[in-house]
Design a protein around this ligand. Structure first.
Ligand SMILES: NC(=O)c1ccc[n+]([C@@H]2O[C@H](COP(=O)([O-])OP(=O)(O)OC[C@H]3O[C@@H](n4cnc5c(N)ncnc54)[C@H](O)[C@@H]3O)[C@@H](O)[C@H]2O)c1
Ligand SMILES: [Zn+2]
Ligand SMILES: [Zn+2]
Length: 365
């Protein structure tokens, strides 16, 4: 099949026509990929923030149609229109039975780029090719565990719905499932890419009273107001903590890092009120350490947590988010600011690096 291949970090992605993809095994599904959003987590593989285990097909925010079912798959059929999920929540492991789907045993595939059994289903001239964030959708076909393949209704445009797969599930889920923001709460969102804007939308859905946003990119600060932001801070000129104190008097109830930086986790800890919660959503380099006086957790009851894919069970979350979209309470179209063919994947990453637009969707075929 044809795919965009990252052979090594810090090298351009190349389009190749000779990737082999296996037939679906037990419990697996082969999907003809139609659209895939470009996420900063892909970019972190490209720029080496997250080293890749070997040549990799990136792309994990995708939608398409089922091409073939492996043995034992129930509830899906060839031709079904589907959104793909980086976490195929199994529903029965230690984390899943406790409702903590970000800790599902299958979530380890996000870092390994393989199925849990070590296979990838992808190869080139006999050598293993890895699947970006357990999906690998910058290619004509993708192989997934059936639990990560979510059927959607016929009225759902797949070129729009694909962004639910990562950024929207992650951002809205971080608010509703992880932090459990309550009506009237005050919220700070640092970073306004696809993930941060989805956090803003989640905070609006939760009924947050103040949604304060911070991003050096002025265009993104402006657009955030359309999605529900009430106050905007330019962190290059303003002291974020001082501005948050000025707006709230005591600090926010919840602060979200949607950039991936230990410095912003520290900012979140100081910008929250005593008892407030800082939520790490951004993916920081693995060797970054935060400097936090640990007594803060005891004396002031501040809290620090992280979330993977917004703690979502995609089988519940994708239909729920589509219902919110259908009734005009979640804006997906407004998040997609560019569409490009797969051949322009490097240009899409250049836009992300330059902060141009908000989210690019690649048209795969
Ligand atoms: N937890 C998860 O499951 C999960 C899922 C998807 C993405 N992520 C991570 O979330 C992060 C955001 O992803 P994205 O696709 O929205 O990225 P993006 O590149 O589209 O947006 C990042 C934004 O952060 C802004 N920024 C940079 N420095 C800042 C600072 N000091 N203060 C405030 N804003 C700053 C940038 O200007 C940009 O607008 C990445 O680290 C990504 O890897 C995590
Ligand atoms: Zn992502
Ligand atoms: Zn599980």
């Amino acid at each position: 099949m044809r795919a965009a291949l990252l052979e090594a970090s810090n090298s351009p992605i190349v389009i190749v026509d000779d990737i082999d993809i296996a037939s679906p095994g037990v419990g697996e599904v082969l999907i003809k990929v139609l659209y895939c959003g470009v996420c900063h987590s892909d970019f972190s593989n490209v720029n080496g923030t997250f080293p890749i285990p070997g040549p990799m097909v990136l792309g994990h925010e995708a939608a398409g149609e089922i091409a073939e079912l492996g043995p034992g798959v129930v509830g899906l059929k060839v031709g079904d229109r589907v959104v793909l999920s980086p976490i195929a929540a199994c529903g029965s492991c230690y984390g899943c039975v406790r409702g903590e789907f970000g800790t599902c045993v299958n979530a380890s595939s996000i870092s390994t780029g393989t199925f849990v059994n070590g296979s990838t289903g992808l190869s080139r001239h006999g050598a293993t090719i890895f699947r970006g964030l357990a999906v690998g959708a910058f290619g004509e076909y993708a192989l997934l565990d059936a639990d990560g393949v979510i059927k959607v209704d016929d009225d759902v445009p797949l070129d729009v719905a694909c962004v639910i797969g990562c950024s929207v599930q992650t951002g809205v889920g971080a608010v509703l499932n992880a932090a459990k923001v309550e009506e009237g709460a005050t919220v700070l969102v640092m970073g306004l890419g696809g993930v941060g804007i989805s956090i803003v939308q989640g905070a609006r859905l939760a009924g947050a009273a103040r949604i304060i946003v911070s991003d050096p990119n002025s265009a993104r600060r402006d657009v955030a107001q359309h999605f529900g932001a009430t106050d905007a801070i330019d962190p290059t000129n303003d002291d974020v903590m001082a501005r948050v104190m000025g707006i709230t008097g005591v600090g926010v109830d919840y602060a979200f890092d949607a950039v991936g930086s230990s410095a912003l986790v520290e900012t979140g800890m100081w910008a929250t009120r005593p008892g407030g919660t800082t939520v790490m959503v951004g993916a920081a380099p693995i060797d970054q350490m935060a400097q936090i006086p640990v007594t803060l957790f005891m004396v002031t009851e501040r809290k620090l947590m992280g979330t993977l894919l917004g703690g979502c069970n995609s089988k519940r979350e994708v239909p729920r988010l589509l219902n919110l979209w259908r009734t005009g309470r979640l804006d997906l179209e407004g998040m997609i600011t560019a569409r490009r063919p797969l051949t322009e994947v490097n240009e899409a990453f250049a836009d992300m690096h330059a902060g141009i637009g908000l989210r690019t969707v690649l048209e795969i075929t």
